[in-house]
Design a protein around this ligand. Structure first.
Ligand SMILES: NC(=O)c1ccc[n+]([C@@H]2O[C@H](COP(=O)([O-])OP(=O)(O)OC[C@H]3O[C@@H](n4cnc5c(N)ncnc54)[C@H](O)[C@@H]3O)[C@@H](O)[C@H]2O)c1
Length: 251
C-alpha cells in the first residue's frame, strides 16, 4: 500500500530537480501525477519514462496555463487532491545592480505563481472533498542573504500566502503548508551566479550545517509526500524545515 494511493496530484516545475524527484516519489507512493513546467522536452521525456505521470506545459505565471492544467487533470482523472507549488527561479544580484524587471520576474514566478496555483486548484479541490497544498519556500524565507533580495522576498512572501490560504481553505478540508529546504543539490543551487558568489566560502557554508553536507532531492520528496498524505491530516499553516539544521544558529 502506498502513502498516496488514490490521490491525484499536480506538481509544478516537475521536469527537473526537486520537482522531478517529487513526481517519481509520488508515483512510487501510488499517486496519479500531472506535472507542469516550461521545459517541454525534459517534461515529455520524464513522462515517457514514468508510469502514471503525464506532462502539461504550465508556466506558473500564466492564468490560462493553470486553467488548462487543472482542466486536463480533471478530464483525465476526475479529481484533484494535491498541489505541489514547486516551480521557482533564483538570480544572484545586488539591489544596486538588479533591474526592476529582473526583480519583478523572480517575485512573479516564485510568489505570484503559487498564489495563482492556489486560486486555480481551489474549486477542483473543494469538489474533490478536500486536499493538500505544499508551497516550496526556502531557508531564505527566514533569513536574508546579500544578492538574494528578490528571491528572499519571494520566499518570505510564501509564508504569508501559506498562512492566509490555510485560514481561508481549512473549512473545505484543504490544508496548506510551506516547506523550507536548505542547500539541495540541483541545477539551481549549482547555477553559475550562485557558485561564483559563494566560491570563497563554500566549505564554510557546509561546515555551518549541523549535518555537515548539502541535501539531496529525495530527502525533500519524503517530506513533500508526508504533507501530501493523510498522515499529516492535522497539519495546516505549518512551516517545515528540511535544511540539515542550517537555520539552528551558529556554532
Ligand atoms: N536547490 C536548492 O538548494 C533550493 C533550496 C531551497 C528552495 N529551493 C526551491 O525549490 C524549488 C525547486 O528548485 P530546484 O532546486 O529543484 O531548481 P531547478 O531549477 O532544478 O527546478 C526548478 C524548476 O522550475 C521550473 N520553472 C522555472 N520557471 C518556471 C515557470 N515560470 N513556470 C513553470 N516552471 C518553471 C524550471 O524549468 C525547473 O524545472 C524552487 O522553488 C526553489 O526556489 C531550492
Amino acid at each position: 500500500m502506498g502513502r498516496l494511493d488514490g490521490k491525484v496530484a499536480l506538481i509544478t516545475g516537475g521536469a527537473r530537480g526537486m520537482g522531478k524527484s517529487h513526481v517519481r516519489r509520488f508515483v512510487d507512493e501510488g499517486a496519479t501525477v500531472v506535472f507542469g513546467d516550461v521545459l517541454d522536452e525534459d517534461g515529455a521525456k520524464l513522462a515517457a519514462d514514468t508510469d502514471n505521470a503525464t506532462y502539461v506545459h504550465l508556466d506558473v505565471t500564466e492564468p490560462a496555463d493553470w486553467e488548462n492544467a487543472v482542466q486536463e487533470t480533471l478530464n483525465a482523472h476526475g479529481a484533484l487532491h494535491v498541489l505541489v507549488n514547486n516551480a521557482g527561479i533564483m538570480r544572484h544580484n545586488t539591489i544596486e545592480n538588479m533591474s526592476l524587471d529582473e526583480c519583478r520576474r523572480i517575485i512573479e514566478v516564485n510568489l505570484i505563481g503559487q498564489w495563482l496555483g492556489i486560486k486555480s486548484v481551489t474549486p477542483a479541490m473543494r469538489d474533490s472533498g478536500g486536499g493538500s497544498v505544499i508551497n516550496v519556500s526556502s531557508t531564505e524565507g527566514f533569513n536574508g542573504a546579500a544578492g538574494m533580495s528578490a528571491y528572499s522576498a519571494s520566499k518570505f512572501g510564501i509564508r504569508g500566502l501559506t498562512k492566509s490560504a490555510a485560514r481561508e481553505l481549512g473549512q473545505y478540508g484543504i490544508r496548506v503548508n510551506s516547506i523550507h529546504p536548505g542547500g539541495i543539490i540541483t541545477a539551481m543551487s549549482m547555477q553559475q551566479d550562485i557558485v561564483e558568489a559563494t566560491a570563497d566560502r563554500a566549505q564554510a557554508i557546509v561546515d555551518g550545517i549541523p549535518l555537515q553536507r548539502l541535501g539531496n532531492t529525495k530527502e525533500v520528496s519524503g517530506l513533500v509526500a508526508f504533507l501530501a498524505s493523510d498522515d499529516s491530516s492535522y497539519c495546516t499553516g505549518s512551516e517545515v524545515l528540511v535544511d540539515g539544521g542550517f537555520t539552528t544558529g551558529f556554532s
